[in-house]
Structure formats: C-alpha cells, structure tokens
Design a protein around this ligand. Structure first.
Ligand SMILES: [Fe+2]
Ligand SMILES: [Fe+2]
Length: 201
C-alpha cells in the first residue's frame, strides 16, 4: 500500500519538515487535531452538496464519523500531555490545492475528490515519515492513523473514477499532483501538518 502512495504523490516529505515537526510537537498536534476536524467537516459538506450521489454519501458519512473519532483521539492525547488548545491559523495547503479545482460541474466534483485523495495520501506519507522518530505512544497512534488515511486515499480516488471520465480523472491527478508537490517542496513561513519546507528561524 505504501508503494502505491509513494507512486501517487509527486515527492516525499522533505527531511527538514520532519525535523521541524519533531521540534514543535505541540503545534503538530494542535494542527493535526484541526485537520481531523476539517476532514470530517469536508465529508459532511460533500453530503449536503451532492445529495443524489448515493455511493458518495455512504462513503462520506462513514468517513465523517471516522475523522471525528480521530479528532477525539488527538484531543485525548493532547489532554494527557497537558497541551492547551489554542487558535492556530490554517496553513496554505488546503487553500492552495483548492485553486486546482475547476469551478463547473461535473468536473468540480472530480477535482474535489482528487484533491481529497492527495490530502489523505500526504497525511499517510507524513505519518509514516514521523513514526520512527516518535515516542512509543504517539508512534503507535500515528501508525494506526496511517492505515486509515491509506484507506481514505483509496476511497476518494475510487469515487473520482466512478463519477468522472477515466481520461479526465487521469489528467486531474497529474494537475493536482504538480500543485501538491509545489506546496510541499517550496519554502513555507509557517509550520503546519501539511506545510512546505520550513523557512523560519
Ligand atoms: Fe483522519
Ligand atoms: Fe482521513
């Protein structure tokens, strides 16, 4: 499964990002918690928007529940570690990827699903990059999440091919892959779960 994800993504997480994450695990966890919430909230808004797409609704309903469980798990871990919740602005990643989404249907749905597949695949790859360096508790937790994100990646991609034309989906994958790679490999002044190469001191 990891080899599929590595082949799907346009690049690997830079070592400098892993170093920044290990150095600021508090921000990592707070932003990770926010990402889980956003994953659930995106799934719910897709249900509201595509109210006649039965398979999409079934997957998104299950996904929203699962992401909310992850959200609660991160909250519990933060509580054990006495990490206080604080307001953290969203990084540039999701809004950057949204720019690659065409704004007319039915291709808007295709692009949205492809973007979802990339976010899940990148999350999976980042958990994998972090796991060997983490303490036992966080390492075990992230190893479990890595497997869920791999499943979510597959789910999003499958729906994209179900609701789109294969050739168009292939092209959307190429386009989003390039935009995603750029966000991961270019300098980023903020550290977040999906940030680029750390450009701060
Ligand atoms: Fe998740
Ligand atoms: Fe996920």
């Amino acid at each position: 499964m990891m080899s599929h994800i590595h082949a799907f993504l346009g690049c690997r997480t830079p070592d400098a990002w892993v170093a920044a994450a290990l150095a600021d695990q508090e921000t990592l966890l707070i932003d990770h918690k926010n990402c889980e919430f956003k994953a659930a909230s995106t799934a719910l808004s897709l249900i509201a928007k595509y109210h006649s797409h039965v398979d999409l609704i079934s997957m998104m309903s299950r996904l929203a529940r699962e992401e909310l469980v992850h959200h609660e798990q991160v909250m519990r871990l933060m509580k054990r570690r006495k990490i206080e919740l604080r307001q953290l602005s969203a990084g540039r990643y999701a809004s950057g990827l949204r720019k690659a989404v065409r704004n007319h249907e039915p291709v808007k749905l295709v692009d949205t699903l492809v973007v979802g597949a990339f976010i899940e695949a990148r999350s999976c790859e980042r958990f994998e990059a972090l796991v060997p360096h983490l303490d036992e508790e966080l390492g075990k937790f992230y190893f479990g999440l890595l497997k869920s994100e791999a499943r979510h990646y597959q789910g999003y991609l499958k729906l994209a091919y179900q609701y789109g034309e294969a050739k168009d989906v292939d092209q959307a994958v190429v386009r989003v892959r390039e935009a995603e790679r750029e966000l991961i490999e270019s300098p980023d002044i903020e550290f977040r779960f999906h940030s680029g190469v750390p450009a701060f001191s």
